[in-house]
Design a protein around this ligand. Structure first.
Ligand code: NDP
Length: 284
């Protein structure tokens, strides 16, 4: 068994970005800018936003968090997004999910300019991913594929089973891996006999948000296991796969923490830098 070290790779990518930003700042006379919108006081969201802010700071990216009251109307939020769309110093805009219940997340995300949509949730970018065209790719799926490739694991021709079909992780992961010529199955909460599917997988992407749902006997020998899950159990972070039962059975496995999570942050910085280049090259 080999560990897919997302933490180490993330550090390497972030250091490279930091060096690139130093050079780009001199050339284009400004740093990349990221705007993060946080609505309400969800504790987990606050932690994620702080992590993103810290990572930006370290990489030399200007990050500004806009903390908005949980009772703000959807129209007011959209006005904020509009003004950030117009702001030339802002290259990327991110609305931290989940939003309060009275808001429509898809509608809010579709108000972000596709050029600044560094989370890749705008329908234009989702459509590009579907069509296999270049656009912003959601950070977690992008990080998953980058991690797999870093270890020279072949994707082409492999049977991939994605457990979870969210718009943030499951579906875009499946689409990306399909674009990489894998044969992809997507499972979800209504899948009957999940084990029957997972046992066929050369590569499993677990993104169901259910602690240790994927048990040791649900995976064939020498599979590659990517665990996106982040579940808090008695204060401890636990993935969606039963790590202890699978670590000696799998060829490669991501730890939780230290696997997919750090890659997500690295890809956020990478997408922000990409948006910045598109912006500054256009105006220079
Ligand atoms: P969602 O809750 O949006 O989606 C979960 C998906 O899993 C749904 O499609 C659901 O099916 C499916 N599912 C739930 N229970 C089962 C089950 N028993 N069997 C099969 N499928 C099931 O979660 P996200 O996609 O946002 O996140 C998934 C996990 O990844 C979470 O643990 C989350 O914390 C983590 N995450 C980690 C990130 C990182 O950076 N490391 C970033 C984003 C998420 P259905 O559609 O039928 O309801």
């Amino acid at each position: 068994m080999k560990i897919l070290d997302g933490k180490g790779l993330s550090k390497k990518i972030r250091n490279n970005i930091k060096e690139e930003v130093k050079i780009a700042k001199k050339k284009y006379k400004r740093a990349p800018g990221l705007a993060v919108i946080l609505v309400g006081e969800d504790k987990a969201s606050e932690v994620y936003v702080n992590m993103k802010e810290k990572a930006c700071l370290k990489a030399g990216i200007n990050s500004k968090t806009y903390k908005l009251n949980k009772n703000i109307s959807q129209n007011e939020l959209i006005k904020h997004i509009d003004s950030l769309n117009e702001n030339e110093e802002i290259d990327g805009i991110l609305v931290q999910l989940p939003l309060p219940k009275h808001m429509d997340e898809n509608l809010v995300n579709s108000q972000i300019s596709p050029k600044k949509d560094i989370d890749g949730f705008h329908p234009v970018n989702t459509g590009k991913l579907f069509l296999g065209e270049k656009g912003f790719i959601p950070c977690t799926p992008k990080g998953i594929v980058r991690l797999i490739k870093e270890y020279d694991i072949q994707i082409k021709g492999k049977n991939v089973v994605v457990v979870g079909r969210s718009n943030i992780v499951g579906k875009p992961s499946a689409m990306l891996l399909l674009n990489e010529n894998a044969t992809v199955e997507i499972c979800h909460s209504k899948t009957s006999n999940l084990k029957e599917h997972t046992l066929k997988a050369d590569i499993i992407i677990a993104a169901c948000g259910r602690a240790e749902l994927i048990k040791g006997d649900m995976v064939k020998d020498n599979a590659i296991i990517i665990d996106a899950g982040t579940n808090k159990i008695n204060g401890k972070l636990v993935g969606d796969v039963e790590y202890e039962a699978l670590k000696d059975k799998a060829d490669f496995i991501t730890p939780v923490p230290g696997g997919v999570g750090p890659m997500t942050i690295a890809m956020l910085l990478e997408n922000t830098l990409e948006a910045y280049y598109q912006n500054v090259v256009k105006s220079n």
